[in-house]
Design a protein around this ligand. Structure first.
Ligand code: GLU
Length: 479
């Protein structure tokens, strides 16, 4: 995981803009970071090892001196090559003609690197990413777009990239397997005057939520170019132009900010008294429809990764106890193992906070290739996972930024509870139980309880080892 934030538009203080955007994405990766932008004096690059959170914002806005500005930012979670300044993104050719940020892994980078080195290319970093830069440069004489398309065709693996060139007023982004979202602001505002278009490309929506709520999603194997005439989307497999819909996000900015809380995790824990209520406030028709699909399926598979995978394990108990129904549980990365048992009568229920979890998306592809139906329980209703699914149950927890999932997890469990009761045609009973749960959570999160939790934490935090044990539904919670 890493964070990408890029900008195309008239604002000149892009240094501040990109650093702020990256700070909003720090939860995605944090061993090193870097930014690059065009200015009247050429391309400015800054890369550092450490947390972007430690980088202070410029005291006075740094202006680029250009009417149209293009900038890239990246916070890295290294996969290839150590955590060093040289390995931090953006990566670029020596002459800074091609500058690029990348989230993902180039699986065939070794072969490509050897080939490029035989042709005299000098590599400066140890990353897999640098091969993409040199490949684009190799084909650049055919035009910027063509070069990016050609380079990407040679890459095996997962990527989200954003790339600029020194000489063109254009930004290009593409993805296979890693998230990338385009934000569009064409309204103008009080600071920047009327009517101007600006674009943000980021790994996640909270990165640009303070600037716009209008987004366009890039899907896998798609590329977008942004220039003064707007956006142009392409399908990388057919090379054809495609049209995109603008979607308006209904998150408010406040819900993506820390407010008075010390950190996001405590804020998100405290929000649970409301988020459980929101999770249970579902379109009953949708819940009944999915319950019916479970009833009709010949094998239901609950699939998630990390904490969402544990939610699937909890759900296995819920369905067994409440609905007396057997569920198959699999972590996204392991789902392939079930391939031979998936048919067009199977149902997969995918669970994810972001709806962009790569391993779960791959599992969905496997299920779909066998003709199975797919449902998703996701917090980001417009995510890739939701768009790939036949049924979508929104978690409605609002942005969850802490890496350790809290409110999204409890809301996902709440939805599983509703589904199990719906399957038994006792949905109302399930709703009542959750209303009661929400009020109990409210009681638990009062300051008195917090003091008590603090005192327990004080007692145990220095222990050398800790054993967390749980049985039944508490077993996955303990895990
Ligand atoms: N594979 C690239 C690297 O190690 C990108 C990692 C990331 O997604 O942050 O630099």
């Amino acid at each position: 995981m890493c964070g990408i934030f890029s900008y195309f538009g008239p604002r000149q203080n892009v240094e501040e803009l990109v650093i702020k955007g990256l700070k909003n994405l720090e939860y995605r990766g944090y061993d090193s970071w870097g930014i690059a932008y065009r200015s009247a004096n050429g391309i400015h690059v800054e890369k550092k090892v450490g947390k972007i959170g430690e980088r202070e914002l410029p005291k006075h806005p740094v202006m680029t001196g250009l009417p149209l500005n293009i900038a890239l930012g990246h916070s890295r979670w290294a996969t290839h090559g150590g955590v060093t300044e040289i390995n931090a993104h953006p990566h670029m050719t020596e002459d800074k003609e091609v500058v690029l940020v990348h989230n993902g892994i180039v699986e065939n980078f070794f072969e490509l690197k050897e080939e490029l080195m035989k042709n005299g290319v000098k590599f400066r970093s140890e990353t897999d990413t640098e091969v993409i830069v040199h490949l684009i440069k190799l084909y650049l004489h055919e035009g910027f777009e063509e070069a990016v398309k050609k380079a990407l065709k040679r890459i095996k693996g997962r990527f989200a990239i954003v790339v600029l060139t020194k000489s063109e007023n254009k930004l290009i982004a593409a993805r296979v397997g890693s998230p990338l979202i385009v934000g569009i602001n064409n309204g103008g505002d009080s600071c920047h005057g009327p009517l101007y278009n600006e674009y943000f490309i980021a790994s996640d929506i909270p990165a640009f939520l303070e600037h716009t709520k209008q987004v366009m999603y890039l899907d896998d194997n798609q590329m977008v170019t942004i220039d003064q005439n707007g956006t142009h989307f392409y399908d990388l497999t057919t090379d054809k132009r495609i049209e995109k819909r603008i979607v308006t996000i209904d998150w408010n900015l406040q819900s993506a900010e820390k407010g008075d809380f010390e950190h996001f995790m405590i804020k998100e824990i405290m929000e649970q008294k409301d988020t459980i209520r929101r999770a249970l406030n579902q379109d009953t028709g949708k819940i009944m429809e999915l319950a019916q699909a479970i009833e009709n399926s010949y094998g239901t598979f609950l699939v998630g990764c990390g904490t969402a995978g544990k939610v699937c394990m909890v759900a296995e108990y819920l369905f067994a106890h409440i609905a007396k129904r057997h569920m198959n549980v699999s972590f996204g990365s392991e789902f392939n193992h079930y391939k031979n048992f998936i048919t067009d009568r199977s149902l997969m229920i995918a669970v994810s906070q972001s709806g962009e979890t790569a391993d779960t998306l791959e599992a969905i592809q496997v299920a779909k290739s066998k003709g199975a139906k797919v449902a998703s329980i996701v917090n980001v209703e417009t995510s890739t996972m939701a768009r790939m699914s036949d049924y979508v149950i929104p978690v409605k927890a609002g942005p969850e930024k802490a890496v350790a999932s809290t409110k999204a997890t409890t809301s996902q469990i709440a939805i599983m509870t509703l589904l199990a009761y719906a399957l038994e045609k006792r949905l109302n009973e399930g709703e009542q139980l959750l209303i009661y749960t929400a009020s109990r959570i409210n009681d638990m999160l009062n300051p008195r309880f917090e003091t008590y939790i603090n005192s327990v934490a004080e007692r145990i935090y220095n222990c050398e080892s800790m054993y967390i044990i749980g049985k039944d539904m508490n077993y996955p919670i303990a895990l």
